[in-house]
Design a protein around this ligand. Structure first.
Ligand SMILES: Nc1ncnc2c1ncn2[C@@H]1O[C@H](COP(=O)(O)OP(=O)(O)OP(=O)(O)O)[C@@H](O)[C@H]1O
Length: 512
């Protein structure tokens, strides 16, 4: 990329996606309502390399919407044009030349800064980049962003400012010419906020164009920006240009307000005051006693005041875009360390059980015990991924997993003889990962046992062979391959289903 690049957006208008009602994750949702809500109203602007731009404005003005739209991180369609050095730019190119730091970045909190950055480097960087180069890039970023002292600290233990700098480092791994940051200073004290903006400023000195939304920056921080875009409710731009000129611009606005400004201020107040007398007349007329009328007017006034919009945001109730793509990336990121963790935990736990239960001894006996358990544990991570991807709330996901797990346990063969099941429930064992695992373990443990001693005073029916044991639970000695295949198919099916659920949920959401 050449040094001087300009991203411009012209007459961008974006409408809120139509409201959807009914339906669930399993069924199609119905679109309702014809009124279109404008989130961005004919917005134009420019960001050039080497500039640090602040997008400011009151809450709900459309700052995040503008940022996600010009960075092509929304899935909704907008009208207007988005140009890179005068040429139309599509999503694909935009994602390659820019980084996006969401307000609440997600990561696997158990990783250290080093592990997280190295992992993200593997995910984001060109596959041909050598291990040494990747390490070198990570080390340089760690130095530049002042993360050296927390390099080996877990992400969960970092301060807000450090977490933000780690998020910036992740986006800078690919050295993109554009960087978009959604409220990088929110929740930080003024010192940490200053450090983060100073880091962003240092990026612009290396030729990057950085745009970020920001709430009420302290004056020292505001001065670090080159340009400001001021948004007002309704998704319109009230001012954009150099920071220095903005102060003069608003001074002029104040001075020029004059008679017209005063008139526009006083007129609605006067009309409201006249309306209040009509309201007072009505309330007093309702009751004979003035005391009762005053008593009624207290809650009525309270309701009017609260719903005036000062205390409650009366705009569109929809919450901010959820960061599903980040969630997907996070799931991917968290899954990789999950595998070794699952294997190690399964190994330790099974070793204890193997020893206590006195199963077939020797390395082969242990391997035949641990292998199906490990595969079943890995399949369980896919099941967890699928259920979490189905629902937005973790509580709902946990609620659903209780009956599902119950069915899986019941049809594993330990509690019910699988051969005696009625035909309409017979198939349920095939969706039980416990069935595949316990049948595989049982086959490996019992199929070779030719004789089992019966104690002299044994009262119930004595099973004398390993095959007899398998039969007792409804297992078949030839099903070993089928069991492993079942677990493997379940693993891939659950991952695929989880991916589809996540995709469905992320439709019309911002993607970072
Ligand atoms: N998909 C949507 N459907 C309906 N309304 C939406 C949608 N997305 C955003 N909005 C509304 O658009 C307006 C602008 O939202 P946006 O998140 O861009 O505001 P903001 O200026 O970044 O606010 P804040 O400073 O509080 O983060 C808000 O009123 C919001 O409720």
């Amino acid at each position: 990329m050449k040094d001087n690049i300009a991203l411009s957006w012209e007459n961008i208008t974006l409408y809120a996606p139509p409201k959807v009602s009914g339906g669930s994750i399993f069924s199609r949702k119905k679109t309702s309502g014809s009124s279109k809500v404008k989130l961005l109203n004919n917005v134009s602007g420019l960001a050039v390399s080497g500039s640090l731009t602040a997008i400011m404005g009151p809450s709900g003005a459309g700052k995040t919407t503008l940022l996600t739209t010009i960075s092509q991180r929304t899935t909704g369609d907008f009208s207007g044009s988005l140009l890179l050095n005068g040429h139309q730019i599509d999503k694909n190119l935009m994602s390659r030349i820019s980084g996006f730091v969401p307000q609440n970045d997600m990561a696997f909190e158990g990783l250290t800064v080093r592990e997280h950055l190295e992992f993200m480097a593997r995910l984001k960087m060109d596959k041909r980049t050598s291990y040494q180069s990747r390490r070198c890039i990570v080390a340089t970023l760690v130095q530049d962003l002042g993360l050296a002292k927390c390099y080996n600290t877990q992400l969960s233990r970092l301060s807000g400012g450090e977490k933000k700098r780690v998020s910036l480092a992740v986006q800078m791994l690919t050295d993109p010419p554009f960087l978009f940051c959604d409220e990088p200073t929110t929740g930080l004290d003024s010192f940490s906020a200053g450090t983060v903006i100073a880091v962003l400023r240092s990026f612009t000195q290396r030729g990057k164009a950085v745009l970020c939304t920001i709430h009420q920056p302290a004056s020292g921080i505001f001065e670090l920006f080159d340009r400001v875009i001021l948004m007002v409710p309704g998704g319109r731009v009230a001012y954009q240009g150099p920071v220095d000129d903005s102060i003069q611009h608003f001074k002029n606005q104040t001075n020029n307000s004059g008679a017209l400004g005063f008139a526009s201020f006083i007129t609605p107040i006067t009309i409201a005051a006249i309306t209040s007398t009509a309201y007072g007349f009505c309330v007093s007329a309702m009751f004979e006693s003035l005391a009762t009328a005053s008593l009624l007017s207290v809650p009525l006034d309270f309701v009017s005041y609260v719903f005036s919009g000062i205390f409650i945001h009366l705009g569109h109730a929809q919450e901010k875009h959820l960061k599903y793509n980040t969630a997907a990336e996070d799931l991917r990121a968290s899954f990789t360390p999950l595998l070794p963790k699952t294997i190690i935990e399964t190994f330790l736990f099974s070793s204890v059980v193997f020893w206590i239960a006195g199963l077939n001894s020797g390395a082969l006996g242990f391997a035949s015990f641990i292998t199906p358990i490990t595969i079943a544990a890995i399949t369980s991570t896919a099941y967890g991924f699928c259920v979490s991807a189905m629902f937005e709330s973790l509580a709902t996901a946990s609620l659903l997993s209780v009956p599902l797990d119950f069915v899986s346990y019941v049809f594993s063969g330990i509690f019910i003889h699988l051969g005696s099941l009625p035909t309409y429930t017979f198939w349920l064992k095939y969706i039980s990962r416990f069935y595949y695992a316990t049948e595989a373990i049982s086959i490996l443990q019992w199929s070779q046992v030719e004789h089992i001693d019966c104690p002299a005073n044994f009262n119930s029916t004595c099973i004398t062979t390993g095959l007899g044991v398998l039969h007792k639970y409804g297992y078949h000695k030839d099903s070993l391959g089928f069991d492993f295949l079942g677990l493997i198919i379940m693993y891939f099916t659950l991952h695929y289903a989880g991916y589809m659920f996540l995709k469905k949920r992320s439709r019309n959401r911002a993607v970072y």
